[in-house]
Design a protein around this ligand. Structure first.
Ligand code: A2H
Length: 258
């Protein structure tokens, strides 16, 4: 971790339908009754949210249900993130953390969530990813396989081996990457182009993925143009803050730093 704060955009993915396991967990927590529950993902690329195809959690991570600043809303994040949120106006009172219950990442896999701005407007699924760190962000990663090599590699692994990963084919089958940003170097979809060029075979190819992530981020930021959405035709540098502001203004995003 560096010395400068990292400014994320928190993306609020409302749970539309719980997995079987998730349903058992939430049914046993009376304080959750009647509340809107959101998985909150931390992203550095709010302008890519049009291309969300799923949401990733760590199967071995523990998540909490935390009362948010809004009495009707509960956030699902790691305990570490909740403690940070308590000093950023995202809990009922400054410094206060109100934990209503806990759930293991594995139990929420297969839940259906609403991904704000996504082309998949009827919802996307919560899926497992091997490299979700407990020490970064909220422990929830929203997946944009068109522009994130990590997300592309992980989603492709899942599509190839649904049984191995314990997921249903319908959670991944029709969720293909969608073009969001075009760049001179990588065309309509940066992550698939880079993964092919660098022969990245799976989410386990950590060294090449780190390199691809760097290349994708730089090319997208400096040379990318929006191909969809409210700011279509604008540069990524301009659109980044506008999409972030739009998400925050319509209540589906929040400012989160650590
Ligand atoms: B980014 P930094 Cl399109 N574990 O969002 C692993 N990865 C995590 C995480 C965690 N606990 N929390 C957040 N992240 C991911 C979009 C995106 C991201 C795109 C392209 C690149 C990219 C869609 N996923 O990140 O180490 C999140 O994925 C590469 C910079 O704090 C978040 O932004 O710099 C990014 O890593 C934060 O990484």
């Amino acid at each position: 971790e560096g010395v400068n704060p990292q400014e994320y955009t928190g993306i609020k993915l409302q749970v539309l339908e719980w997995s079987e396991q998730g349903n058992k967990v939430i049914s046993a927590i009376p304080q959750l009754e009647g509340k809107k529950i959101f998985l909150v993902a931390a992203t550095l690329r709010p302008e890519t949210m049009y291309g969300q195809t799923n949401c990733f959690v760590g199967t071995k991570l523990e998540y909490g249900f935390y009362q948010s600043e809004n009495p009707n809303e509960v956030y699902v994040v790691t305990g570490r993130a909740a403690r940070n949120m308590a000093f950023q106006g995202l809990t009922p009172a400054n410094g206060q953390v109100v934990l209503l219950g806990t759930v293991n990442g594995q139990a929420i896999v297969g839940s259906k969530v609403d991904a704000p701005l996504s082309a998949y407007s009827s919802g996307v699924y919560v899926l497992p990813m091997e490299n979700v760190l407990a020490t970064k962000g909220t422990g929830v990663v929203t997946s944009v396989p068109s522009d994130s090599p990590d997300d592309y590699a992980a989603l492709r692994d899942l599509k190839k081996k649904t049984e191995y990963y314990g997921i249903k084919p319908e959670w991944v089958d029709k969720f293909e990457p969608v073009p969001v940003i075009s760049t001179p170097a990588f065309g309509a979809m940066t992550a698939p182009a880079l993964c092919e060029k660098m022969k990245i075979n799976s989410q386990k190819d950590r060294v090449q993925l780190a390199e691809a992530k760097d290349a994708a981020y730089k090319e997208g930021f400096y040379n990318g143009t929006m191909s969809v959405g409210e700011f279509k035709g604008e540069s990524v540098q301009e659109a980044k803050v506008k999409v972030r502001d739009l998400l925050i203004a319509n209540g589906s995003g929040l400012a989160y730093a650590e």
